[in-house]
Design a protein around this ligand. Structure first.
Ligand code: ZN
Ligand code: ZN
Length: 117
């Protein structure tokens, strides 16, 4: 069998004929029109796959944006001030709800000496 597109010999594997130089394939008994139809079906399937993967990529991007918005609105605020013992930087973590209202906070803790207030 010869590929109707490339005019090269096709080889047989798994009950199908495959072209060496292009993605075309044929079932036993297929004519050139059948081979072109298979190729169109294959390309259509690839387009559908592209669309599906594209939707997934968009979905992932949306998820990422929602996550970062949640981090911004439900995340933790960090406040700093000077340490009274060593002069280093003390910090505390303020947890907020989705409205930005503080729901809890840790004591100030010095980054340098570990002093807590
Ligand atoms: Zn070919
Ligand atoms: Zn300190």
């Amino acid at each position: 069998m010869t590929c109707p597109h490339c005019h090269t010999e096709m080889y047989q594997a798994n009950q199908r004929w495959y072209c060496f130089t292009c993605p075309r394939y044929a079932f036993p008994g297929d004519g050139p029109a059948d081979i072109e139809r298979h190729e169109h079906e294959r390309q259509a399937a690839l387009v559908l796959l592209d669309v599906a993967l594209g939707d997934l990529a968009v979905q992932r991007e949306t998820d990422r944006q929602i996550l970062s918005e949640m981090e911004a609105t439900m995340g933790q605020l960090i406040q700093t001030r000077g340490c009274s013992k060593c002069g280093g930087t003390m910090y505390k973590i303020i947890e907020t709800d989705q409205h930005g209202t503080p729901t809890g906070e840790s004591p100030y803790c010095c980054h340098s000496c570990g002093h807590m207030e």
